[in-house]
Design a protein around this ligand. Structure first.
Ligand SMILES: [Zn+2]
Length: 436
């Protein structure tokens, strides 16, 4: 990331605890259901069934996340969030303020979104890439602008109107009768219209930035932080941390690194990435360049040396993401992030315990023939880091996996504790020894 930032991961750091979660999950669920009822009562009678379904699905989606403890409650970060939100809402006229709900999700995907029912979500994966709080404020202002212009409900509206149009129904009917040409026609009709929605969203993104920027300025934030946020988004596909060299992490006196573990068996062709056009065809985010230009036109300055007040501490958020991956059975993602964080501080016991548990889980999965559910095959759908790790794991035999796990556990003293992860590790090791 353009700015230099030293990341710090303290030794005793562990993920946040969510002791009061049930209190909040009840509150959120109550609000979500209340507004769903209210929204359904106000729906148009035409195509009512479709609207109802769309609104219900949306609520189910958010309720599901709430129930699965996707969100942070009552910690330093949510306090900071509330401070920013109050500042923005106090300075601006926002429609239906009372239904707004700002949530921080533990997801590692660098994203933020609005669901159209008043829920605005920012993922930790995005916060962990930020340098200062005002950048987070701009993310909120952008999402708030989507809410203000009712974009999500409008796009539900458009989709339902389209799929209920006579032209669309006629094409579906023809295609059901098995006419090949009609089928092609339906596909191209859909493509044209879906694309024009996407294109509408491209313009909508610019419009959203423009309004979001106004909200941001009225709340008294520094213009240059809107610019610096867009610059971060521009580089968001670049990895935050380097992957440590596997041949040193997994080289043990008792079981030395074998060069063939690092050899990729992929041909050049299977690594060809999606083209820029392919990626952009359905993209709802216009190129960041365009968005930057617009903000500069609106008077945002490009300042050097913007504040990096939170940069240093962001590995704490990555620790939380690590827990979310691991507890959510995403061992492959947890393993990669664990290796990256272990590089920042090899003495962080939580991180090492996750890496050790993942290794034993991979061994168990290999033994029980469910490895392919856990670790993806190397290929073009993975990024460079994922490919390096998937290739390494793919090259290991069950014996290699077991030996490496044991050596890693030994090196980091992972059996010398009695916390949850150590207990889990001991149980897994027992399972691994048992004959099937
Ligand atoms: Zn947007």
């Amino acid at each position: 990331m353009g700015q230099n930032c030293t990341y710090v991961l303290p030794t005793p750091a562990i993920p946040f605890s969510n002791d009061d979660y049930s209190k909040y999950s009840q509150k959120y669920a109550g609000e979500i259901e209340l507004y769903l009822e209210k929204d359904i009562a106000g729906l148009p009678s035409k195509n009512l069934k479709d609207y109802k379904q769309a609104y219900q699905r949306r609520s189910e989606f958010i309720l599901g996340l709430v129930k699965e403890e996707h969100f942070l409650v009552e910690d330093g970060l949510t306090e900071k969030l509330n401070e920013l939100v109050v500042k923005i809402l106090d300075a601006n006229e926002i429609r239906e303020k009372e239904r707004l709900r700002f949530l921080i999700s533990r997801s590692g995907i660098p994203n933020a979104f609005t669901t159209g029912d008043g829920t605005i979500v920012v993922n930790l994966g995005l916060i962990s890439r930020l340098q200062n709080w005002e950048q987070l404020a701009f993310v909120f202002c952008h999402e708030l602008a989507h809410h203000q212009m009712n974009h999500v409900n409008e796009s539900i509206d458009k989709r339902i109107t389209l799929t209920n149009s006579d032209e669309f129904k006629k094409k579906v009917k023809a295609s059901k009768r098995g006419e090949i040409r009609a089928n092609q026609e339906l596909t191209s009709f859909l493509e044209d219209n879906v694309l024009s929605f996407a294109q509408h969203s491209r313009n909508a993104e610019l419009e959203t930035d423009a309004l979001g920027f106004d909200l941001f300025l009225k709340a008294g934030f520094d213009k240059s932080n809107a610019i610096s946020l867009l610059r971060i988004l521009d580089e968001i596909d670049e990895p935050k941390y380097e992957l440590p060299s596997l041949d040193s992490v997994f080289n043990f006196p008792s079981y030395p690194w074998k060069p063939e573990w690092g050899v990729s068996h992929l041909s050049g062709l299977s690594l060809v990435k999606l083209s820029k056009e392919e990626q952009e065809k359905y993209s709802t985010h216009p190129q960041i360049e365009e968005r930057l230009e617009q903000l500069i036109e609106k008077g945002a300055e490009v300042k050097e040396g913007i504040p990096v007040e939170i940069c240093e501490d962001t590995p704490i958020y990555d620790l939380e993401i690590l827990e979310h991956y691991y507890e959510g059975y995403k061992e492959f993602e947890a393993f990669i992030l664990g290796l990256q964080l272990a590089q920042l501080n090899p003495k962080n016991e939580y991180v090492q315990a996750v890496v050790g548990n993942c290794l034993v889980e991979f061994s168990l999965a290999r033994k029980e023939h469910r490895y392919s559910n856990l670790v993806p095959l190397p290929g073009r759908l993975l990024n460079e880091t994922e490919n390096a790790v998937a290739t390494f794991l793919d090259n290991l035999s069950l014996t290699d996996l077991k030996e490496i796990s044991n050596a890693y556990i030994e090196r980091h003293g992972l059996l010398n504790h009695d916390d949850d992860l150590s207990v889990e590790l001991k149980n897994k090791l027992k399972q691994l020894k048992e004959k099937k």
